[in-house]
Structures are given as structure tokens and as C-alpha cells.
Design a binder for this molecule. Sequence first.
Ligand code: UDP
Length: 235
Amino acid sequence: MERREFLYEGKAKKIYRTDDPALYLVEFKDDATAFDGVKKDRLADKGILNNRLSALFFSLLEKKGVATHFVRTTGEREMLVRALQIIPVEVIVRNIAAGSLSQRLGIPEGTLLSRTVLEFSYKDDALHDPMVNHYHIYAMELATAEEMAALEAAALRVNEVLQPFLAERGITLVDFKLEFGRHAGGILLGDEISPDTCRFWDSSSGEKLDKDRFRRDMGGVVEAYREVLRRVEGA
Ligand code: UDP
């Protein structure tokens, strides 16, 4: 697979075209950002760890019937993916209260939610990804009702697969963010699944093993990501 022109640079990834118009290459960078890009740093090897973790989670999900954009890993910080027309709706899945949910609703961080909560935000940096509901999504024509049904079912399925898989490895899946896109008439899970986009807590100590270590200046960010990889690879 030949790498062609650079297409797009996000906060943590770069996307390139390939010689096949239906396939892109994703390069995971070491850059870390938080609070809308206000806080920035470079964390050596983060891109390598997130590439491996995302590849592992996407492969697991494919085996369990979730269609993803992942094709194969092509380098230590690079994967081949199906080209998506991104649906500009971020889907947040929550099992335990944390972060913005705790702040907004006054539910203390760590409270087990009595059922899984789905939230949606409009993917727009200039507007700071505001939370939206189905009425906004349909009025703005971000996605159709049929697409939203598919995307919600897939998001809940991802949770059903990842929660027990991680629990067996001593990791509590607190919450995570997913992005989806259109490809060849269907909807595929895209973006990444990594400690940058999920909250992972050590099941016994409650220790944070995710990007909150960076957001909250706790240190040991890459070490925590490495520990997640070690546990999920079963090494
Ligand atoms: N998340 C993300 N990208 C975003 C917003 C949230 O990956 O732009 C993830 C975040 O890492 C967490 C979950 O989605 O696992 C819920 O995040 P929350 O809404 O609590 O926002 P935060 O507290 O991170 O601002």
C-alpha cells in the first residue's frame, strides 16, 4: 500500500491518501492536547501505544460483529483504514459518572450509573463540540434517524464487548467516545479507541490509566498507557 498525499491533520493523528481511493493511512502522533487544545505536550511513544491499542480493540470488535474502519496495522504508529465520510456526531458512552457529566449534573465522580448513558456532541472545534440531542441532529441534518439507530446500537455493542474484556484484565471501563462514518452504503466505527478517548480505571485501586493523568497533571501518562497495553495484550 503506497502512501500518497497528506490529507488532514487532527490533534493526535494525521491522515494520508493511498493508491486505493477507498483506503487511508492513519498515523498516530505523540502530541497530546486537552481543554480544546489549550494544554499541549508531546508524550514520547504515545502514538505507538495508541496505534497498538486501537488495532487490538478494533480487531476484537470486528470479531464480535461490529463493523469498523480498521484494515490492518502497517507500521508501529500507522494503520490502514477504510476511507470514511465522517458523521459529525461524537457518541459518548458512560457506565460510571466522571468528567463533564459529573460537573454538569452534580453526580460525584465514580458513581455507578444505573443504566448506560449515551450522549451526543456536534463535532465542531470552533463551537467546542457542543452537546446535541436527536432534534438538533435531525434539524441540522447531521445524520438520519436510520443512521442514528445504527450508530446507537453499535455504540452499545462496543460497550458490551469492551466492558467484560477489560474487566477480566483488571480495568474498569468508565466512559468513552466513538466516531462513525459512512462507507460504501454502510456505517463503520472510525477514529480510535485508546486511553486518549476512554476512561480506564484500575479495578482494584481506582488508579486512572488514561488521558485524565494528562488533563489533571498527574504524571505517569505514558506509563499508564503502557500498563493498559500490557494488560490487554496479556503479556
Ligand atoms: N472524550 C474524547 N474527546 C472529546 C470529549 C470526550 O475522547 O472531545 C472522551 C473522554 O476521554 C472521556 C469521555 O469521552 O473518556 C467522556 O468525556 P467527558 O464528556 O467527561 O469530557 P471531559 O471531562 O473529558 O472534558
